[in-house]
Every structure is written in C-alpha cells, then in structure tokens.
Design a protein around this ligand. Structure first.
Ligand code: GTP
Ligand code: SPV
Ligand code: MN
Length: 610
C-alpha cells in the first residue's frame, strides 16, 4: 500500500478534506503510486508519456494520442445524474438514486488502479477571483497519464487552488478510473461503463473510458453537469454549453459580447475562433473568450455577466484548415504543446492529418496510419473510410489562441449583449432571427431542434430537440431549468437580446450549404447587435425579426439571389407543422412555467394568422 499521508505531505497538499478524499479513493482503487500534479509538471509528464508510448511526437512540441477504438466519444446512454431527490428526475438527465449509483460505482472501481499511478489533480474551473470561485474548485483523481496532460491544458491546475479555499470542504470530488478498456463490452447489453455525477454530493464517479468528455472531469462533468446543478441549488448562476466572444467596432469604439449554445460539434469553437482578428476588413476586431462552456450571473450593476471556466480548447479537428479556421491552426502550431487525439498519423514524418485539413489526402500514403493505427497502404481497394475519426480533436490552451481576449482571465467576466441558440438544421431555420422577449428567448432555447453529431456515439444525423444545447449535460428537470433561466436572466435590469441562428441550411436537391458559414458568420452577428441598438429595424415575422437583404452586410460575398432569399425567409407551412412537434416536446416537461406556454401560444397564433 502507498503511504498516502507521506505523498501528500511531500507535495505540500494541506487541505485536510482533500487529503481525506484522496486517501479514501486510494483505498478503493488501490494504486501502486500516488502523485500530486501541478501545471509545472507538464514537461516531465510529457516526457514520461512519450517514453511509455502513450504520446507520440507530432512535430516540435506537438503530440499525438489514440484512445481505444471503442472509446472515441461521449456515451449519452451510459451517463447518469444521481441525487437523493426523485424530483430532480428530468426527461434527459438519466436520473438515478444517489445511494444506489454510489455503491455500484464503488464496486466497479474497487482495485481497478492496481499497478497504476493515481494522479491527484487539484483544479479550478474559473479565473481565480471570480465571484463564482466557490463552485469552481475540484480535485480529479485519475489513473491515466494522458488524461492528466489534457487536464493541465483544459483547466487551471495546481495545489494552490484547493489549499486556499474559503470553505475547505467546498470542492468537487471527481474520480476517474479508466478500467480495462478491452473488456468493458462498450455498446453491448453487457456494457460495464458508467459516468455518474452525484450532483447533490458534488461527487463525480466516471468508470470505463479515457476519452475527453468522459475522462477530463473538470470540463463537461464539473463545468457543465455539476455546475448546472450548483447554479440552481445556490440560486446564483447558469452553467451552459456556450461559446463566448467579443466584437469591437473600431469606428464607434463600442464592444459587444455574444454568447450562445449550439449542440456538440455544431460550430461553437469555429464561431468563437474563426471570426478572427480584423475580420471583414479592419473595422471589426473579434476576440475569443470561450468555445464550449460559459457560466452566467447577474452583476451588482444589473447586467448579465459571463465567463469561460475553462483554460483550453478541446476542438473538433475535421475540416479545420487555413480557409475555415486559420486561428485554430495557429493555436496548434509547433511549440504550442497541443495534443491531437484520434486523427491520422505518420510515424515516419511525425505529421498528423484529418479529413478537410487539406483538400486532398496526402499524395504519398507511405507511413500514414489511420486513427486506429492501421496502415493506409494495407487497406483493401475501395476502402474509403475516414483516416481520422470524425470526432478526432485537438487540445490546446487558451493562451495559444491568437485572438484570445486581453481580459480573458478577468475575474469580473464580461457583460453579455446577446444570447444566441443554433444548431445543424437543414431546413426551416433562417440565417438569424432576433427575439427581444425573455420568455420567448428561453422558449426558443428549449425548442432548439437540430441534427445530432458524432460527438456522441451512434447518434450522428438524428434530428432531435436539444434544449439550450444542454440535453447531454442537463442535471435536473427541464421545467425547473426553464424556471431557473427566467429567474436568473429576469433579475437583470438590462436584458440581453436573444437570437436563433443557423449556418447549416441546405439545398434540398444537392445538399450544399446555402450559407458559406465560418468567417462569414460575423455578418449576421453584426446585424443582431445593430438591431439590438436600434440601428436597423429588420422585418417582423411570427418567429422573430429577420434582417432584410439590405441590412445584412454582404460586401464581398457572391450568393445566388434565390438562395439568399431562402435563408432570409421562413416557410410558414413548415413552421406551423413544427409547432405541433414543439407542443409534444414541451408536454414532456411537467410543471413548465406558464410564461413558456404563453410564449409558445403567441408564436403559434402569429403563425396561424400569417
Ligand atoms: P463541441 O466541441 O463538440 O461542443 O463542438 P463545437 O460546437 O465547438 O463545434 P465545432 O466548432 O468544433 O464544429 C464542428 C464541425 O462543424 C467542424 O467539423 C466544423 O468544421 C464544422 N463547422 C463549424 N462551423 C461551420 C459553419 O459555419 N459552416 C459549416 N458548413 N460547417 C461548420
Ligand atoms: C462535446 O461533446 O460537446 C464536447 C467534447 O465539447 S467532450 O469534452 O468530449 O464532451
Ligand atoms: Mn461541447
């Protein structure tokens, strides 16, 4: 047995509650060694991981990793929120009893770290000094070194984050045990994996994966699921799967902040990054704050504030290139310390590649291996399966993002001017529609309907409702979630504007995207902030205010007139049909606030009258 006390003494980790927690889980999982991690250990841990073959070199200061081939995305049906209150059961949170799940996870994890090192990772999901700092501290214990290296990039890591807590008991206990990945029956009826957030005990128990959202517990499990629960329990904040960006208009000197949610792999990272410095000539400067999570609260001045609790980006690799997202490429350049997961790899040249990185596959396939490690040159003729896994990712720190905002670590956060919702919707949803009423904005979020993506196993392309893009991360019942939104944002004396956006409308015949997307998405956002400021008036429709062609700045874009007309209009018949689906969707949520039903009826009536 490891002498836990001795290891913690040597690491200078003093918080007695953290020590007790680490000792308890070491007793359960029985690691051979224990090591306390600080961010400054990165270089040594990288060297160890390279030595052990867990990482492979991918250029100067760049690294490649593969996760087990059955372990490449979040698994929604294995993910559970457990509490001791049955009223927390929602439609999407896979609610289970806390006691039952805690004891079954304990049995699964028992002795599972034998022969391994248990890494103790104290972390903070907030810029230090944030008004929400009390909800941001955590300690992940994991038996997986690549997970540690990802956590160092994605969160603020170090013992100081848990040794100076105002309330020393207030940290999330985040236990990650990898398990024997080759014998877990992933995707079979005998699946052994469980990813459990025991939300009312602020304890996370994840067993059976080493992939991103299942294993980097500061990110999705704490930053979204746990924080979503804490936000309501404290009555103080919202935790959302939101990107966050700032737009400065050099001509007027004004700065706007926009945040918003699109479901997984639907464009948050790209929106926050690709708008890039000095997009659309030199009038506007777009800054990156966050790409996946934002916590929102109301400040003493009555404004809504937001901050990104993360310290890094875990971005989708597919289609990232010089045209679509030059900023992302810059953030993963040599020397950045970036880690690539499940892309294609060439051990001879130490290069990485993914679909869409270049227009053509590498001309010379010699040396190249696909994401499973199989040689491309060994493929049978006609095998055109992707070289990179569709959910392959890059991991880099915020400081590497060239357009990261100067004040991205300001604990005060930034005031929010607009909240947008969107997703992959091939028809019906126009480019942008603005919504000024709070209840209608929340209603719009609750009825976000989009195509699911490969970021979750086995769901790619399915049309489904994804409230606020939080369906996989919802911690309590949806009706209460809606009420909490109305309460938090309703308390602001300056309301942000809402909008629904869609970059993904397609031609019914050949399926091409009607809107060029990526960098051009700045155009509808500029229209939105101008509309909010009363500088343009738009065109009222039953589902919100749409820009006219004249109001949308289309300088330098050459779009076919009929396609432009289509993305700036609504199909009333199609929308009337949608209202029936929405009614069924909302009826699942017992006790939904009357304001939301009223908003639904107003929109339905306006469509009926149209
Ligand atoms: P998560 O990290 O899973 O939460 O995803 P995300 O919402 O940050 O998605 P991301 O920006 O990584 O985009 C996912 C995929 O959508 C990538 O392959 C992008 O290339 C593609 N994409 C992003 N923005 C656009 C766009 O405006 N138009 C089109 N056609 N594709 C886009
Ligand atoms: C998502 O799936 O929404 C992600 C990636 O942001 S993961 O961290 O794996 O959840
Ligand atoms: Mn995400």
């Amino acid at each position: 047995m490891v002498d836990v006390e001795k290891v913690l003494d040597e690491a200078g980790l003093k918080n007695p509650h953290v020590r007790e927690y680490v000792a308890y889980w070491a007793g359960v999982t029985e690691p051979e060694r224990i090591e306390v991690v600080n961010a400054s250990d990165d270089a040594r841990l990288v060297a160890e991981a390279l030595e052990a073959g867990e990482l492979l070199p991918a250029g100067e200061g760049l690294y490649y990793s593969r996760s087990y081939f059955k372990d490449t995305a979040r698994s929604e049906e294995r993910t559970i929120v457990a509490t001791s209150k049955p009223e927390d059961k929602g439609v999407y949170n896979n609610w289970r009893d806390a006691e039952e799940m805690t004891s079954s996870q304990l049995e699964r994890m028992r002795g599972q770290s034998r022969g391994k090192t248990m890494y103790v990772i104290p972390y903070l999901m907030a810029p230090p000094g944030s008004p929400l700092e009390a909800y941001a501290a955590g300690v992940e214990v994991t038996d997986n070194r690549p997970v540690v290296l990802h956590m160092i990039r994605m969160a603020r890591v170090g013992t100081a984050h848990v040794d100076n807590l105002e309330d020393p008991t207030s940290f999330v206990r985040a236990v990650h045990v990898t398990g024997d990945l080759e014998n877990l029956g992933q995707g079979t009826p005998d699946d052994q994996r469980y990813f459990v957030t025991v939300a009312d005990q602020r304890t996370i128990l994840h067993f059976g994966s080493s992939y991103g959202g299942n294993a980097l517990l500061g990110k999705i499990a704490h930053g979204l699921r746990q924080a979503c629960y804490d936000g309501r329990a404290s009555g103080k904040f919202l935790a959302e799967q939101f990107m966050l960006l700032g737009i400065t208009d050099h001509e007027t000197g004004k700065k706007y902040h926009v945040c918003g949610g699109f479901p997984s792999a639907s464009g948050k990272t790209n929106l926050a990054m690709t708008l890039a410095p000095d997009a659309m000539g030199s009038r506007y400067h777009v800054e990156f704050y966050g790409d996946d999570i934002a916590w929102l609260w109301v400040g003493e001045d009555g404004k809504v504030y937001a901050m990104n609790p993360e310290n890094g980006v875990f971005g989708v690799a597919k289609d990232t290139n010089e045209l679509t997202n030059p900023t992302a490429l810059d953030s993963i350049k040599p020397g950045s310390g970036a880690i690539f997961t499940n892309v294609a790899y060439n051990p001879d040249t130490q290069e990485v590649w993914w679909e869409g990185k270049t227009p053509e596959y590498p001309a010379d396939v010699t040396g190249w291996e696909d994401w499973k490690g199989e040689k491309i040159s060994d493929r049978e003729a006609g095998d055109d399966s992707p070289w990179a896994h569709p959910n392959s990712r890059f991991t880099t720190t915020l400081a590497n993002v060239p357009n990261v905002a100067g004040d991205f670590e300001d604990p005060a956060g930034v005031p929010v001017d607009a909240i947008i919702f969107g997703g992959r919707t091939r028809d019906r949803e126009p480019l942008v529609r603005a919504i000024t009423d709070l209840a209608e904005g929340v209603y719009d979020g609750l009825t976000l309907g989009a195509e699911a993506t490969f970021a979750a196993d086995g769901l790619d392309g399915q049309l489904r409702y994804d409230p606020m893009s939080m369906r996989p991360f919802m911690a309590y019942a949806e009706a209460d979630y809606a009420a909490h939104w109305l309460k938090i944002i309703g308390a602001a004396t300056q309301q942000p504007i809402f909008a629904h956006v869609n970059w993904f409308q397609r031609d019914a015949e050949d399926g091409h995207f009607l809107w060029p997307g990526y960098r051009e998405n700045l155009r509808p956002l500029l229209w939105l902030v101008k509309y909010a400021a009363g500088e343009v008036s738009g065109r009222q429709t039953p589902v919100g205010v749409l820009p006219t062609e004249e109001e949308l700045d289309l300088t330098g874009l050459d779009l076919p007139a009929d396609e432009l007309a289509r993305i700036l209009d609504i199909d009333v018949e199609r929308w009337r049909q949608e209202m029936g689906f929405r009614e069924e969707h909302l009826q699942q949520f017992d006790g939904l606030p009357e304001e939301i039903w009223e908003a639904h009826r107003r929109v339905a009536q306006a469509l009926a009258d149209a």
